[in-house]
Design a protein around this ligand. Structure first.
Ligand code: ADP
Ligand code: MG
Length: 670
């Protein structure tokens, strides 16, 4: 948007609302009235008082109590933005953008003026920005570029209870930074906000800092369980939503599902069923809400439903605590959350077949949090799609990511910030040594670290790309092999769930169609062929239909590809194509994924991994399945009934000695 130049000598509430917006007085007043009713608003003077007295403050309050929208404005009003911005981090992109919009509205400016946001691939701030919402990943990125963060006077770490890897890292780094800045003339104020009461651990970590607890404001929520375990959560969720719509009084529904695909499927089914509703019945409006949804479409979930219509918000875990929609009266909880569990022993992410769509059971605390979403404005009901016995088996709280995830990306970021003594680095929750060792090992083998455990130039460049280290290395190596255009496509294709449909009842037909577009060289090359074909068809839906390709995901691929291309330009990675010389692509894959290479065993079915001699199998979804390829490189190992290699490409093992000499020097030792 256009930039407005204004000088701000005063930071008072009165001044900032004058003549800034098309917003009329009435609307403004009603917003202010609503703000004043929020529990956090009532604690305003206490929050500011404690903030003045202490360098760090922890604020605990139920979801919806006004932490995210109000506290940054309190700090602004109290003058904290005079000598630098107020940064407010969010674990998720959708939360950062939607909250920025809301706060800009309350503040009386447009997004990108005094209130703005920065998320991956999108920056909506200007030199007048004072309150900046951002994903925690973006703040980490800024920390890598400017270790002092002098642009910020205050850092608000929101949603700290989630214990994402990024939040965990920020907690530790902010503590360090605060200490170093305290001695300078430019101290850093830190506010940590959390929805759960277990704030003591945070307080201990921040040298017993002050905790302010805002009393919640919750109506009773009746919790209902299914009598039997549900075999199909998606079906159960749709049926429950319809049942609520037909039998329960007015009020919107919030339904938790796993991932975009499930949400889109459920929306489609609900849309179809709603046409069959009797005319006397209220209308039903499915509103998807997930991270990758374009903002214009997210707005439906936030906007009030038209009269005589019930909204059914179909959301991922983002609606668990970081986003508040007041009209919710019914919650449908599938008891699952999309998450990956890293298995350091096999060095792979484990996906168990019985866990649908890479989802794991939520914790009791999460189930409680989800149910609570129904009691914001009046009493509500929570429908748990699991039995009471299943609930009892859930763990009390989720395991922090730092204890269960692959840490190589985090370790690389720490190295870029000059923190290389990981054993002495003070985390709030110490990561397991095995995870750290594996991370160091992977970074060394990717040549992000050299043998003295020193960060290499390559490592520094890898850290700047918003990709896991092996994919970053893949992209960075691609220009050397003159195939960056192809690798960009492959990385983008690998970033979405799946581009192929495999509908039950049409499996054979789908397989035949897929065969027509597959490449005998493997899955990565098939992806190239599909993307090319899609572009040539002018992104035709009919073409997608013919080959059982998910056209929605193809658009997403294009989007991600464009964004990554932007990063390549920034990072001066030349964009070159190898045209039809696909050997270059296979060789490039080998440099980044050399430890994921395997050769067929004498039985002609199983494979042995080159480095570990582990027995593995081609995943049945691979185009190479049943084709007896001699040696392959793959980018993912999954454990279901066996260890399966997913996304495989034919290689010549002879390349490895030439491409990864390091491997042959070290393999004997590990
Ligand atoms: P917390 O961070 O404590 O969970 P929030 O500050 O996000 O609470 O929300 C406080 C209140 O602000 C909500 O109850 C809701 O009434 C209002 N609100 C928040 N976001 C929006 C939005 N995007 N649109 C309309 N109202 C919102
Ligand atoms: Mg919040």
């Amino acid at each position: 948007g256009e930039k407005r130049r204004k000088n701000h000598q005063s930071h008072g509430t009165k001044k900032r609302c004058q003549g800034k917006n098309s917003m009329n007085g009435e609307h403004k007043e009603s917003i202010l009235e609503k703000r004043k009713e929020l529990p956090v608003y009532k604690a305003r003077s206490e929050i500011l008082f404690e903030c003045r007295r202490h360098a760090t403050l922890i604020l605990v309050g139920e979801t919806g109590s006004g932490k995210t929208t109000q506290v940054p404005q309190f700090l602004f009003d109290a003058g904290y933005a005079k000598h630098g911005m107020i940064a407010v981090t969010q674990p998720r992109r959708v939360a950062a953008t939607s909250v920025a919009r809301r706060v800009a509205d309350e503040f009386g400016c447009r997004v990108g003026e005094e209130v703005g946001y920065t998320v991956r691939f999108e920056d909506s701030t200007s030199h007048s920005t004072k309150i900046k919402f951002m994903t925690d990943g973006m703040l980490l990125r800024e920390l890598m570029l400017d270790g002092e963060l002098r642009r910020y006077s205050t850092i608000v770490l929101d949603e700290a209870h989630e214990r994402s890897l990024n939040t965990e890292l920020l907690l530790a780094l902010v503590k360090r930074l605060q200490k170093s800045r305290q001695e300078s003339s430019f101290p850093l104020k830190v506010v940590i906000m959390s929805a759960t009461l277990e704030a003591e651990a945070y307080s201990r970590f921040f040298l017993d800092c002050k905790i302010v607890k805002v009393p919640g404001r919750m109506y009773p929520v009746e919790v209902l369980y299914t009598p039997e375990p549900q075999p199909d959560f998606l079906d159960a969720a749709v049926v429950t939503c319809l049942q609520i719509h037909l039998e329960e009084p007015r009020g919107d529904v919030l339904c938790f599902l796993c991932g975009q695909d499930q949400i889109e499927d459920a929306a489609k089914v609900l849309q179809e069923r709603s046409r069959a509703l009797p005319p006397s019945c209220d209308k039903l409006m499915p509103c998807p809400l997930y991270a990758a949804l374009p903002p214009s479409e997210q707005m439906h979930a936030f906007a009030p439903a038209p009269e005589g219509t019930r909204k059914i918000i179909l959301a991922t875990n983002i609606a668990e605590s970081s986003i508040t929609i007041d009209s919710i009266k019914y919650v449908v909880d599938n008891g699952l959350v999309k998450a990956r569990i890293y298995d350091p022993k096999h060095d792979m992410e484990s996906l168990h077949e019985e866990l649908q769509n890479a989802c794991i059971p939520i914790s009791k605390a999460q189930a409680k949090q989800r149910a609570g979403r129904a009691g914001r404005v009046s009493s509500g009901k929570a429908y748990r799609l699991y039995t009471e016995a299943q609930f009892e088996e859930l763990s009390a709280a989720a395991v922090p990511e730092i204890k269960r995830c692959r840490l190589s990306s985090m370790v690389l970021q720490l190295f870029v910030m000059g923190i290389d003594n990981l054993m002495e680095f003070e985390f709030m929750d110490t990561p397991p040594i095995l995870l750290l060792t594996k991370a160091l090992e992977q970074l060394f083998l990717l040549q992000a670290l050299d043998k003295n455990k020193t960060l290499t130039d390559l490592g520094r460049k890898m850290a700047m790309l918003p990709l896991e280290p092996p994919y970053a290395k893949l992209l960075l190596s691609s220009s050397k092999f003159s195939c960056s255009e192809e690798i960009l496509t492959i990385v983008a294709m690998l970033s979405v769930d799946s581009i192929f449909f495999n509908p039950a009842g049409k499996r054979e037909e789908a397989a035949r169609a897929r065969h027509l577009i597959s490449s005998a060289d493997g899955d990565h090359m098939t992806y190239l062929k599909v993307y090319d074909g899609w572009l040539k068809s002018k992104k035709d839906r009919e073409w997608c239909h013919q080959y059982f390709i998910n056209s929605r995901n193809m658009k997403k691929v294009e989007d991600i590809r464009n964004q990554l291309q932007g990063y390549c330009k920034q990072g001066k990675i030349p964009l070159v194509s190898c045209e039809q010389e696909l050997t270059a692509v296979a060789r490039c894959l080998c440099t980044a994924f050399y430890s994921n290479t395997a050769t067929i065993a004498p039985d002609g079915k199983s494979y042995r991994m080159e480095v570990t001699a582990q027995e593995v199998y081609l995943h049945p979804s691979s185009v190479l399945f049943g084709r007896r390829a001699r040696s392959v490189v793959f980018d993912e190992l999954v454990l279901t009934s066996k260890l399966y290699m997913r996304h495989c490409t034919v290689i010549d093992v002879g390349w490895l000695a030439e491409l990864v000499p390091l491997l042959y020097k070290t393999a004997g030792k590990s």
